[in-house]
Design a protein around this ligand. Sequence first.
Ligand code: FEH
Ligand code: ZN
Ligand code: ZN
Length: 355
Amino acid sequence: MSTRRTRAVRLTRWGGPPMLSEVARPTPAGEEVVIEVEAAGVCRSDLHVIDAEPGRLPYRMPFTLGHEVAGRVVECGPLAVGPAVGERVAVHGPWGCGSCARCSAGAGNYCDRRAALDADRAGTGAGLGRDGGMADVMVVPSGRLLVPVGDLAAVQAAPLTDAGLTAYHAVNTVRRALGDDASVLVLGVGGLGHLAVQILRATTAAQVLAVDVRDEALSLADRCGAHFGTLLRPDTATVLRGRTGGAGMTAVLDFVGSRSSLALAVDVLRAGGELAVVGSGGGELTVRKPGALPAGTRVSLPFWGTSPELEAVVALAREGALTVEVERFPLSNALEAIGRLRSGRVRGRAVLVPD
Ligand code: FEH
Ligand code: ZN
Ligand code: ZN
């Protein structure tokens, strides 16, 4: 095992700043697996954790941030299963109880015991109350949470574990509606939306339309294969309906979740359509009959994704169907990366790499 320093970006108190600190090198016990981190993405949810008021999140202090991680297995506990030492892996970040029906199926994102785990402040997963991967090394509770990535670059693999997986799960949530005549609107073409465009193009025959408030996001949508993109304006609903012969959108993936994005979604949905609200932009939706939502609308709130879906996302990336726009930062500049994300000055996904 390398003698590389063991640094970690730690939260030590609510409302306090994250700190890059020296930490003891972990030793795996039981089923645990230690990985040397090769890349760790920085997510808007990290900002929500950093900014949380005391008591708002069921996490114990201190812990290491980072829930979007890829690396190499360097040590396994005596009961470890899964990838062996030396294998490069992506970490499935939503850690549940590990034994309920959902966790046993790889769906720790929907663990049946989440409420009990929160009551014990056991943490939601890597970097979410449990030590995560904004670090040189990281302990994963079980090899079942690791997905082999082969020769896929770590700076591509890490963002797939959260941004890519969340986008893929959102598409899967509405997939049943996506027949050959389908039109899907991707609302918000940022770290998740640009991957959703690629996933839709790679795995469906749907017409993919994109809306954002930034010209550069529409250019990114175009590069990712969107059939049409337009800025959010007062007439956007009319423009979008015009692209569907008036029928409207079979599905809307809202990666913003704001008042204006949800309002647009309601205005463009086809009867019997699907609305997946992924972004947590503070918007609200009234579900009432009769009401603004068209008859037959199904609304979902997809969260992160499952381990089998992570395997599928990694496979798409390895066959060249999925590429993440990445901006690299050395681990020693983690706080700068967090600051740049906070001020909206990151192109694509910010990813920390060891230095
Ligand atoms: C993680 C933890 C809590 C809320 C949201 C998230 C997402 O970043 C996971 O995709
Ligand atoms: Zn995240
Ligand atoms: Zn569980």
